[in-house]
Design a protein around this ligand. Structure first.
Ligand code: CU
Length: 266
């Protein structure tokens, strides 16, 4: 094949991939750390990445978040000053993300929260802000993982989020300003490319994403349930459930995101 023909074919393939995959990708704010159950004091490596984890596609650029902290018992620990800007690499591109090293000493639950600066998505002509929670436990002692944090929008777990087994189910309740949201649309994704925290990149895709986005709808009490088919990181994004609908003169989707790490019983 001539060089120009090859180039044309490559361009077509790229276009086709973009068109084909645009329907299957969901935005997810990641708040990732490799190990959610600690037996002794440790320094947690954390990465904040805005990506399409199941498709393992384009990595979006994150601005410095509006807030980043954890709740431990009754205390909120501010982590914004601990963030360093990094470049996170996906299979097709690299983009701005954030890293932190967070010391964990006391026993109990740590609920991490990132409140990102809204991101403008040109393909949808709207801003997206995903208020995101992720959980770590030290010493096996529960201390409030089931408590709402009073976020504008949040998913509150109904199963202990640091003890989720493959083949079991996970349920959560979607809250907007503390009230259950009936009929919320919750997109569900799995982190397909293993995050490599040394290289700050996603590994190669391990599964073929399903043809269509996985979705649950919250019931009359704001509750949804999902059966966990595979070990690894599962994310739940309740779309547009937050009270803020506009940002800088444009539409805003204020979403609630929650992450769990599922393990095999063996
Ligand atoms: Cu995107």
């Amino acid at each position: 094949m001539s060089q120009s023909k090859k180039t044309a074919n490559t361009l077509l393939l790229v276009l086709w991939t973009l068109l084909y995959s645009s329907g299957a990708q969901a935005h997810f704010q990641l708040l990732y750390t490799p190990e959610v159950n600690l037996s002794k004091a440790a320094t947690l490596p954390i990465r904040l990445i805005f990506a399409h984890p199941l498709e393992n596609g384009h990595v979006m650029s994150m601005a410095r978040p509006q807030a980043f902290y954890y709740w431990h018992k009754d205390k909120r620990e501010e982590l914004l000053p601990a963030l360093t800007e990094i470049t996170w690499q996906g299979p097709s591109n690299g983009n701005t993300a954030f890293a932190a090293e967070v010391p964990i000493k006391r026993n109990g639950d740590y609920i991490f929260v990132v409140e990102p600066t809204p991101y403008f998505e040109p393909s949808e002509e709207l801003y997206i802000q995903q208020l995101t929670k992720s959980f770590v436990n030290k010493g096996g002692l529960p201390s409030g993982w089931e408590q709402p944090l009073g976020l504008k929008a949040e998913i509150v777990p109904l199963n202990k989020p640091t003890a989720i087994l493959v083949g079991s189910t996970f349920s959560g309740v979607v809250l907007s300003e503390g009230q259950p949201v009936v009929g919320a649309e919750i997109e569900i994704e799995w982190i397909n490319g293993q995050p490599d925290l040394q290289a700050n990149r996603f590994g190669a895709s391990r599964v073929t994403p399903p043809a269509s986005v996985l979705v649950a709808i919250s019931d009359a009490n704001g509750v949804f349930t999902f059966g966990i088919p595979r070990a690894g990181w599962w994310g739940f994004a309740a779309l547009g459930v937050g009270p803020d609908k506009r940002y800088q003169g444009k539409a805003l989707s204020q979403d609630a995101v929650l992450w769990i790490s599922a393990t095999e019983l063996r």
